[in-house]
Design a protein around this ligand. Structure first.
Ligand code: SF4
Ligand code: SF4
Length: 281
């Protein structure tokens, strides 16, 4: 089994994106977020992604359908069915080659602990990986200023899963910081609720970190512009389809920054925005 075979098989199983990081790129993390806490023999971290269809954002962009378009095909089914099936099939294939593979979902998680350590020295279960960091370490893209993980293929339009394996695979290079985003600020200017505070923090692997704007998740949780919170995902606000996320898509497509191209522009009409009670602004 080698990296080229893993990528080819993953794509046959439906993955749009596949990147590989050596475990060393994530081994410095606190044990509560460290892949070695879950699989101490892991040598490689494989991150796979499936695209969020541009068409699944259409109902929200037009303001006429939220659940049947994005909620189903851009979020729930994509994460829990399509991506989960690709992850499971790739895990089965790797194990059929004689290597163990640990499949992990990528729900956003802020570190809430659900139990006590089983033995002194071990982190409390459940350990969750920071999926944006794993995807960055696997060379798939970067976290942009607006807080979205951006790839050169789809911008902010994808969802990821991670597999840890005990086979040493050829790694992909990490993208240099700020190679996609370029800090255009369109997402920040588009927020009707002024959720971005103006402060920033750094995200990325050591030596390759980019500036990411702070935003108030409590404000986003009330946002009625396409933001989502789904049960079982740690109350994280999914902002992909909201005013900020769709503006990022428009900005990156206008710049010609994405390799997934379309005949027609995404934005066709004037932009709608709601205030907190859901009234048009
Ligand atoms: S989810 Fe809504 S409130 Fe939060 S940054 Fe995006 S547009 Fe602003
Ligand atoms: S809208 Fe511009 S600044 Fe914001 S994340 Fe996208 S590319 Fe970066």
């Amino acid at each position: 089994m080698n990296a080229a075979e893993v990528k080819s098989i993953a794509k046959q199983f439906g993955a749009d994106l596949v990147g590989i990081a050596p475990i060393e790129r994530l081994a410095h993390l606190p044990k509560e977020q460290n892949p070695l806490s879950i699989f101490p023999q892991a040598k490689s971290v494989i991150v796979i992604g499936r695209r969020i269809l541009r068409g699944s954002l259409r109902g929200i962009e037009e303001g006429t359908n939220f659940d049947g378009t994005y909620g189903a095909f851009g979020f729930r089914y994509l994460e829990d069915n399509f991506l989960a099936k690709t992850t499971y099939d790739l895990t089965c294939w790797i194990e059929a080659q004689g290597f163990e593979a640990v499949p992990l979902f990528s729900y956003d998680h802020d570190g809430s602990i659900q139990a006590v350590p089983v033995t002194p020295g071990k982190p409390a279960p459940n350990v969750y990986l920071k999926w944006q960091l794993s995807a960055h370490a696997a060379g798939l893209g970067e976290v942009g200023l607006g807080g979205f993980f951006l790839t050169p293929e789809f911008g902010h339009r994808q969802r990821f899963a991670t597999l840890l394996t005990d086979e040493e695979l050829e790694a992909d290079p990490v993208l240099p910081a700020n190679s996609i985003c370029k800090d255009c600020r369109a997402c920040i200017d588009a927020c009707p609720l002024k959720a971005y505070s103006g402060a920033t923090h750094k995200e990325g692997t050591p030596g390759n970190e980019s500036e990411v704007a702070d935003y108030d998740a409590a404000v986003c949780a009330k946002c009625q512009n396409g933001a989502w919170i789904l049960p079982g995902r740690f109350d994280h606000v999914d902002r992909c389809a909201s005013s900020c996320g769709r503006e990022c898509l428009v900005a990156l497509e206008k710049k010609g920054a994405l390799s997934n191209k379309f005949q027609n522009e995404f934005r066709k009409r004037s932009v709608w925005k709601n205030d907190v009670p859901g009234r048009a602004k």
